[in-house]
Ligand binder design. Structure first.
Ligand SMILES: [Zn+2]
Length: 303
């Protein structure tokens, strides 16, 4: 019995990114494309997103200076290419508060949010420091932090104190403190009768590329931490091990959401926006969304 269908939904691409940001120490390895996306978990009346995307029109552009974002489309719109309206989203599980993971929280009027308390409080503390410490607030939009506090005040944002199992049936949130950010978390979906078998690990930015999981050495794999982190490379290595263990040792079940090659590893379709929808798995009785994504894209191109 497989409970949930899981899809990676791309809402923007960035063509030229320094590989050193993704693979620690690879300073002269050139550039590579990355995907900007969020993940949809659907089943049992739940439509949960892992991360919320960002609003390119609203957000403070200083956080993306130097980043060439291509083909951005509103996360609310790309979600509709799967037949899901923004109001249908029941839960959002932000892995961390960087603008491209949290900035879309305004799109989902009925969702309840779950993030680590340490992630939010640490950003507030960093924002209070003087300008010499401004590197510590890279990639966070203070307007998003204020929005989280407002949602908490309204009873729509739960701040977790550490590991929280079964936040939703068979879905666990696991902290990875002092790694990519102070209070990052990853999502474990135990997709088969809520046991450890058939688990998917939705890793946020704890890994960026497949090489973080195997060092690019399939024969003798090793854990290669990401480059872009304000916490510890040591903690990133230990978290990578923990995530692979949670996936029963299967590295392909640990999903780096920025990895553009996910579309080669799993079945995928290109939406009417020229962006990918990637099908990680289907719940029992669920049909693939890929044919309807392609049909909508074909109809749009004939208009
Ligand atoms: Zn990040």
């Amino acid at each position: 019995m497989t409970t949930y269908s899981i899809h990676v939904v791309e809402y923007a691409t960035a063509p030229d990114n320094p590989i050193g940001a993704f693979l620690n120490g690879k300073y002269n390895a050139g550039v590579c494309p990355i995907l900007f996306g969020f993940i949809v978990i659907r089943g049992e009346g739940i439509v949960a997103l892992v991360d919320a995307g960002f609003d390119w029109e609203l957000h403070d552009k200083k956080h993306t200076s130097g980043l060439t974002v291509d083909k951005w489309e509103s996360p609310a719109k790309v979600l509709q290419s799967l037949g899901i309206a923004p109001a249908d989203v029941t839960h959002v599980l932000p892995t961390h508060a960087h603008f491209d993971h949290l900035g879309g929280l305004r799109y989902f009027p009925n969702a309840h949010f779950y993030m680590q308390e340490r992630e939010l409080s640490d950003w507030v503390w960093r924002m209070s420091l003087d300008s010499r410490f401004r590197w510590l607030t890279s990639f966070v939009d203070s307007a998003d932090i204020l929005e989280c506090i407002d949602l908490a005040r309204k009873g729509r944002f739960t701040l977790l104190k550490g590991r929280s199992d079964n936040v939703l049936p068979g879905i666990d949130l696991v902290p990875a403190f002092d790694t990519h950010t102070a209070g990052s978390q990853y999502v474990v979906v135990r997709n088969s009768a809520r046991t450890q078998a058939d688990s998917w690990i939705l890793a946020g930015d704890l890994v960026y590329q497949f090489e973080n999981l195997d060092g690019g050495d399939a024969e003798k794999p090793f854990y290669l931490p990401i480059g872009a982190a304000s916490g510890s490379a040591f903690n990133l290595v230990m978290t990578t091990h923990e995530m692979i263990e949670a996936a029963g040792g299967d590295r392909t079940r640990v999903i780096p959401v920025h990895e553009s090659r996910l579309a080669e590893r799993f079945p995928s379709a290109t939406s009417e926006y020229g962006l990918k929808v990637i099908e990680l798995c289907l719940g029992d009785g669920h049909e693939s969304v890929l044919p309807s994504v392609e049909a909508r894209a074909a109809a749009a191109s004939n208009r």
